[in-house]
Design a protein around this ligand. Sequence first.
Ligand code: PRX
Length: 659
Amino acid sequence: MSKSTDEISLPFQEKVLPEVLRHRVVSVGEYMELHKKTTENYREFWESVAKDLEWYRPWDKTLDDSNPPFYKWFVGGQLNASHLAVDRHANSWRRNKVAIIWEGEPWENGPKEVRKLTYLDLFREVNRVAYVLKEVYGLKKGDAIGIYLPMIPELPIFMLAAARLGVTFTVVFSGFSSQAITDRMNDAEAKLVVTADGGWRRGKIVPLKEVVDKALENSPTVKHVLVVRRAGIKVNMVEGRDKYLDEVLSSVPLNVYVEPERVKSEDPLYILYTSGTTGKPKGIVHDTGGYLTLLHYTMNQVFDIRDTDVYWCAADIGWVTGHSYIVFGPLMEGATEVMYEGALDYPEPDRWTSIIERYQVSVLYISPTAIRSFMKQGEKWITKHDVGSVRLMHSVGEPINPEAWRWFHKHVGRSKIPFGSTWWMTETGGILISITPGGLLVPMKPGTNGPPIPGVSAEVVGEDGKPLPEEQKGYLVITKPWPGMPLTIHKDPERYVKVYWSKFPGMFLAGDYAIKDRDDYFWILGRADEVLKIAGHRIGTYELESALIQHPAVAEAAVVGVPDQLRGELAEAFVILKVGYNPDQKLKEELMKTVRENYGPIAVFKDIHFVSKLPKTRSGKIMRRVVKAVATGSPIGDVTTLEDEAAVEEVKKAYHELS
Ligand code: PRX
């Protein structure tokens, strides 16, 4: 959803000052002065934050920048993420405090299942699973496992258990299909995969184990599968490979203790795959010490987390938002949080408001797509419940349009609480640009992200890498190292350098367009590359094209993103068929089904058009830019490198005839 500067200039005038006095409200000037100090001395600043964590061994060097861009934070330090998120609280007064209030999706006059896990419960479960991974499967530091689970407590438990052993984990979003699992398990060389028989989604069971079985046909490194019983459906169990988790756990003592591995600060915690412009998803490798430092800081400054809060991040753990702000961030802070399994509007559009009311949610983290869908359903679903417990909110994943911001701020935020739009991405590990109500709150403006957080240096630059004047659209870059930055792309350090650090040497290229306004607030406008954001889900055009080509009728395909009022963006495909296939509605539906099966249901197409030619460069590369211009009705631009100009007319004709 990219916008011109003109379109968004209006909300600049409107500044909403929250009435809530607990947040120290400061002027932008005052904030920027402080920000300057923290970024000039960013090493000392982040060092002071990292001191709050419990380290087995202190670091010798705050930042090793001897081999850029492969920066290492807190070198020499040793710690353990599972110890910080679980043991510390289980050994404190928080022992019996609720860590996770889990609510299953099934509903019968109320939620059918609610599980409350205290920090002691979590400690116990994490230890027992760690015992299984270590003693039954012999996994150790340096090994990798795959996790393909729905939003059930076993998901954070397995992540924490792996972290306890120094075992790297790769979570695959449970909305992805088998190809995504195969690719990720092979790249990560996972030895074990944990999944569930099935998961609930909108009242239906998604057969997860079946998807894993198909995926593992081509994943030779995976020798073991653990299956959590969730849906109670019968699944195929492969002798010698597959076991039910409850059966394995039945022989593990209740209070078994597994000593946390003392990992190095720069040891990898997890690999999370994310879409880029070309090729297969990139395995972003996050470290331990830097990553947890950024989460600790943002949980406090951005979310103002307190022991009295009930925090709810309504994302899926399969994406980075859930890794950082459902699992490691809030648990490390000893928070009480809600974890919800299913769709926010199931069985009725007030499921989410009923959750807020029943658990008295006070801090809410949610996506603009969800907000827009609530808006469509109307405020009656909000007023049906008491949402007065909410005292702070943030959105994430895509730009939030000022109308949606205002509507949500009015109806959930009672026009007075802090409400931000936190910008970050899989690669950054945690929030980098956001208002910070936990510390110093600057005036809010609907639709903006706000200034970078303390310690983070961001800029908007032009093609020449020089900072642009205010209100000019350019590339968003991070100009100094920050804790939480990637270690590398798994098995492909050259790609890491090429994708993020080569367009503007010495600066991290985020891949977004942004502008900075006269108050130094950032407005992230959307992706500057060919990555789609469908309902906030990051999807590569290349991946959808590859999924389409799996169908025998497809010779070639070009996918582009087009704006959508509800989901932010949708995919639009232009397909060349092989000889002998009929370009009809039936085939279109079949193609959409192929994508759902090969990629997953999150790929939502606005339409598929059949063409006989696609605009290409003389070297044979599809010019998606041209296809996109046709699909969005914008100027085609320079076509001098086109191999055959008639292809543009062909795409135009197909688009206008069939849409
Ligand atoms: O385009 C930006 C958008 O989401 C991208 C990162 O996607 P992903 O790695 O899946 O992580 C999403 C959750 C952190 C960014 O390049 N984005 C994320 N948050 C915002 C945003 N765009 C505008 N405003 C935001 N608050």
